[in-house]
Design a protein around this ligand. Structure first.
Ligand SMILES: O=C(O)C[C@@H](Cc1ccccc1)[C@H](O)SCc1ccccc1
Ligand SMILES: [Zn+2]
Length: 156
């Protein structure tokens, strides 16, 4: 798959609300493959479609241990389509985040420690699960991208 250029903060696409995916076709699979390759090339643990100039409500999350989160779980990349956050813990945790659209900067961001989420996979099948810790953090970060929100609007 080809590597896609990453939109930088300030580009309008990052301020738009993403549109619902209705067609679970080969084109969607191809976009997910290109996003995954672009995320890996940029050494990210997540990437949202608007970051590669696609307006669709779709992101990838892929946790792995890293210098900031050495005990993060090693997780196979998950494609998340049309996500919803159904419930969020009142408990918030602060942590460092980066963003591929704000290169070279780190921000201290508060996130819900646990979230109940619902989303479709690439086949359009609904999944529902609870996420906690670093994976919940990545989900909330990517979910923000689909609402047109970046770290700059959230940093403490
Ligand atoms: O810009 C993005 O959406 C990808 C971010 C995802 C991320 C969100 C929250 C916390 C960490 C990462 C990139 O992965 S930024 C690079 C990175 C990788 C591991 C840990 C911290 C930052
Ligand atoms: Zn980001």
């Amino acid at each position: 798959p080809t590597l896609l250029p990453i939109a930088l903060v300030g580009e309008p696409i990052l301020r738009q609300t993403a549109i619902t995916v209705h067609h679970f076709d080969a084109e969607l699979v191809h976009l997910a493959e290109q996003m995954s390759a672009s995320m890996d090339a940029a050494n990210g643990v997540g990437i949202a479609a608007p970051q590669v100039h696609s307006p669709l409500a779709l992101f990838i999350m892929a946790s792995r241990p890293n210098e900031r989160y050495p005990d993060a779980p090693n997780m196979a990349p998950v494609v998340v389509v049309n996500p919803q956050i159904i419930n969020a813990s009142s408990e918030l945790v602060s942590g460092e985040e980066g963003c591929l659209s704000v290169p070279g900067q780190r921000f201290t961001i508060q996130r819900h420690q646990a979230i109940e989420v619902r989303y479709q996979n690439l086949q359009g099948e609904w999944q529902q699960t609870e996420l906690t810790g670093f994976i919940a953090r990545i989900f909330q970060h990517e979910f923000d991208h689909l609402q047109g929100i970046t770290l700059l609007e959230r940093s403490l």
